[in-house]
Design a protein around this ligand. Structure first.
Ligand code: DOR
Length: 449
């Protein structure tokens, strides 16, 4: 592979912004320096002062393979991801069939080979009866084990208390949880149905999938993790109330030990709030629900300051337009996000609420550290050259530019002040700001554990 030299970039890495050049050789970052002289074999890219970031690592996506490929597939959704500056993804097990044993897991890795535009890891799922498979899981084979402690898309609810306890006791990898208490939600839904009959609307979603449901379930997950010393990562925190349940300290303590209980929030909880249901309805219906403006502000603050929220991700969960146009009760939950997640997060930088370094920390460094991802997530010599070049040039999201198979975005019509000018995966430019280049170049993620 010829070498690439990116010159006059403004790097954002490990808490710093600095001017530098960066050379890529054999798929990896060979050198970072204030000035690197070009060699004849270098393909020189003039960055012109644009921002060069490590590619984002999304620890929560639903790319729908196998079995739900009318909504999206690994090729289409990973294409959208790299166009958005996301170079690695960790995909959820609520597919058809669900990923409940090593055979299903390896079948998914086989599906991704040669078709994924970004680097890929697949979670192992949990159910009320797959404890043996969980015990047998090779910790290097998956980023973690996903436990639905609340029912959502797919029938993967784990609600048997003994099974839940055993999973937390015996998991050989980090556990990641969807925390919403299903009995609370069922009771809320019954009360709304009694009052409104069939006339339920998306505006009611945050009261049906209520904050109490989130708090109760998150408390349970944390108590189980404390009891067993489990490494627990609670996904998609959506309420201000849950923030108080987590350790506000950094991911690594002074003695080098990593926090064992961590939290993630998602881009849509930072961009939308209850006031947006009137305009967007089912298009922002997701689980957990987007809640109040005060929750949104508290989540942004938690991301900006300290370590209460360790990771930013998407929960990219595409459904077709046809599915989303159904009445509230039948419309599935979830929205496509990967293509505009980074620029949506950077909008908070333009608003003065978050620093670029903090976006990179939560969306690239932290997921790599938390899941022991080998040699990715940082601009470091010797690491894989997964890079994104960001230009502060406004653009407006149009439906015709959406690469996700579902063909729509909750951000249509939104003007963002930054755009993704280029993305490199394993040292090769796969997105030039306008189109995909070449063929998919993603590799299976490796976990150093
Ligand atoms: O909104 C959601 N959509 N939440 C989930 O937990 C699942 C996801 C999906 O797969 O559609």
């Amino acid at each position: 592979m010829p070498s690439t030299l990116i010159v006059n970039a403004r790097l954002v890495n490990e808490g710093r912004e600095f001017d530098a050049d960066l050379r890529i050789e054999d798929g990896r970052i060979a050198k970072i320096d204030s000035q690197i002289a070009a060699r004849p074999e270098d393909r020189v890219i003039e960055a012109g002062g644009r921002w060069l970031l490590p590619g984002m690592i999304d620890d929560q996506v639903h790319f729908r393979e196998p079995g739900l490929t009318h909504k999206g597939d690994i090729a289409s959704e990973s294409a959208a991801a790299v166009a958005g500056g996301l170079t690695s993804f960790m995909d959820m097990p609520n597919t058809n069939p669900p990923t409940l044993d090593s055979a299903a897991l390896e079948a998914k890795y086989a599906l991704a080979k040669g078709r994924a535009w970004g680097n890929y890891g697949f979670y192992h799922g949990a159910s009320n009866d797959n404890l043996e498979a969980i015990r047998a899981l090779d910790p290097k084979a998956a980023p973690g084990i996903k436990v639905f402690m609340g029912a959502s898309t797919g029938n993967m609810l784990v609600d048997n208390p003994e099974t839940l306890d055993a999973i937390f006791r015996e998991a050989p990898t980090p556990i990641i949880t969807h925390c919403e208490d299903t009995p609370t939600i069922d009771a809320n839904l019954a009360a709304f149905q009694a009052k409104y009959g069939d006339a339920l609307t998306a505006e009611m979603h945050p009261d049906i999938r209520s904050r109490e449901a989130c708090i109760k379930s998150t408390r349970l997950a944390i108590s189980l993790a404390r009891k067993h010393g489990t490494r627990l990562h609670v996904l998609h925190i959506s309420t201000a109330d849950e923030l108080a349940l987590f350790d506000p300290g950094p991911l690594f303590q002074a003695d080098g030990r990593r926090k064992r209980i961590t939290a993630e929030t998602c881009v849509h909880f930072l961009r939308f709030d209850r006031g947006d249901y009137a305009r967007l309805g089912n298009f922002i219906k997701c689980n957990p629900a987007i809640k109040d403006a005060s929750d949104r502000e508290a989540l942004i603050k938690a991301l900006a300051e300290g370590g209460t929220i360790d990771v930013l991700a998407t929960d990219h969960a595409p459904h077709t337009l046809e599915e989303k146009m159904k009445p509230y009760a039948q419309a599935p939950s979830g929205l496509p996000l990967v293509q505009y997640a980074l620029v949506a997060a950077l909008e908070l930088v333009h608003e003065g609420k978050l620093s670029r370094a903090q976006v990179v920390k939560k969306f690239a460094h932290a997921p790599a550290q938390l899941f022991d991802v080998s040699q990715r997530g940082f601009l470091r010599e010797g690491y894989w050259a997964d890079l994104v070049l960001v230009e502060d040039e406004p653009f407006t999201v149009r439906r015709e530019d959406v690469l996700s198979k579902c063909g729509w975005s909750p951000f249509e019509g939104t003007t963002f002040r930054s755009r993704v000018a280029a993305t490199w995966v394993n040292g090769r430019m796969v997105w030039n700001g306008e189109q995909l280049l070449g063929t998919p170049n993603g590799q299976r993620l490796e976990f150093d554990r």
